[in-house]
Design a protein around this ligand. Structure first.
Ligand code: UT7
Length: 340
């Protein structure tokens, strides 16, 4: 098993808080019953094996930047911050609008954040936690004052609707947070990040990059769709997420009793339950919303965090443990003190 990097915010600069949050899901809902008409599957199989009942699907004219821009507008409105005050946009996605320019630049243009510099990071389903830590570093050092962290995925754009192993699992969504230094509170208390590139082939989108540029042959071979060895990914997800969560807790100096909410990446209810059991925490602390959204890759965690916030379930000083795992493999966990 690869090492996981520990980062101790407390010793490297200013404390950084989430001062605004927003999310967006497209209107159209695809239910398990709808999928029964598209591939050889059943509501019963999808529900018992994954916990998913329905997912949201972006419109044909919506790209990831459209989803991300809406989440970003809502996060900025929540923070009471003008787009022109944003210094930097970092956006996690595996479904960029195009090969280039980066999707963060498209979001910048849409929301009018003209003073920001913008880039994407690709860490698959761990993308939000990677982007959060990158943003935190810039604010912590005092290099930047206001950072917009976005995760935006039109994940259905890379699904093979003939592959029942993958197409039933995912949905489109975006989430965003605004980071600033506040001083008084703990903010982002700890982060751990890890990767294992030796297992890349278990979860990938092979076509369209420099390895297999788009040709008629790559299209014929369906290389432009996500490929996943689900059962293998499942095992690595449970192991690495449990370990990352434990490491992040240890780095923050907290125990599970101190944590109000655990927000795991929403890929499979059985993975989420296994992590809860390994950490020894009750189900009442573990956030689950994949029944309504499926797996939206990098967007699952900010979407779930925003939902908790909008439902009035977050109190100032609540400690939240977020943990993710995805293609690469990549994984990460962060402990955050809610500061709103
Ligand atoms: O977000 C990134 C990280 N991704 C994940 O964490 C996903 C991790 N993996 C999983 O969540 C699960 O492995 C899956 C939900 C993808 C699959 O569940 P599983 O219990 O591991 O099933 P399986 O792949 O072992 O397949 C069991 C059976 C197979 O049939 P046979 O070979 O036993 O006859 C599959 O062909 O289920 C079949 N199957 C389906 N049946 C009905 C696979 N997909 C479907 C389907 N409907 N949609």
């Amino acid at each position: 098993m690869k090492d996981t990097k520990r980062i101790h915010p407390a010793v490297v600069g200013r404390t950084v808080s989430i001062v605004g949050i927003g999310s967006y899901v497209p209107d159209r809902i695809l239910t398990n019953a709808d999928l029964e008409k598209m591939v050889d599957t059943t509501d019963e199989w999808i529900t018992t094996r994954t916990g998913i009942k329905e997912r949201h699907i972006a419109a044909p004219d919506q790209a990831s930047s459209d989803l991300g821009a809406e989440a970003a507008r809502r996060a900025l409105a929540d923070a009471g911050i003008s787009p022109e005050d944003v210094d930097m946009i970092v956006l996690g996605t595996i479904t960029p609008d195009m090969g280039f320019p980066n999707t963060a630049c498209f979001v910048q243009a849409k929301i009018g954040a003209r003073n920001a510099f913008c880039f994407d990071i690709e860490a698959a389903c761990s993308g939000f936690l990677y982007a959060l830590e990158i943003g935190r570093q810039f604010v912590s050092t005092g290099t930047m004052e206001t950072v917009l962290v976005i995760a935006a995925e039109k994940i259905t754009s890379i699904l093979d609707w003939k592959d029942r192993n993958t197409c039933v699992l995912f949905g489109d969504a975006a989430g965003a947070v605004v980071l600033r230094a506040r001083g008084a509170a703990h903010g982002v208390m700890s982060s751990v990040l890890g990767s294992d590139g030796t297992l890349a082939e278990l979860l990938m989108l092979p076509g369209g990059g420099s390895r297999y540029p788009a040709t008629e042959e790559t299209v014929r071979q369906r290389l432009h769709y996500m490929k996943m060895a689900g059962r293998e990914v499942f095992k690595h997800a449970v192991t690495n997420m449990s370990r990352a969560a434990t490491d992040a807790l240890r780095s923050s100096g907290l125990g599970t009793d101190d944590i109000r909410w655990i927000i795991p990446h929403q890929a499979n209810l059985r993975i989420i339950e296994a992590i809860g059991e390994r950490l020894g925490v009750g189900k009442d602390k573990v956030v689950v919303n994949l029944d309504r959204y499926g797996n939206s890759s990098a967007a699952t965690i900010p979407l779930a965090l925003d939902e908790l916030y909008r439902q009035g379930k977050l109190q100032k000083h609540d400690k939240i443990l977020m943990v993710a795992f995805g293609g690469g493999f990549t994984w990460g966990a962060s402990v955050v003190e809610w500061d709103k």
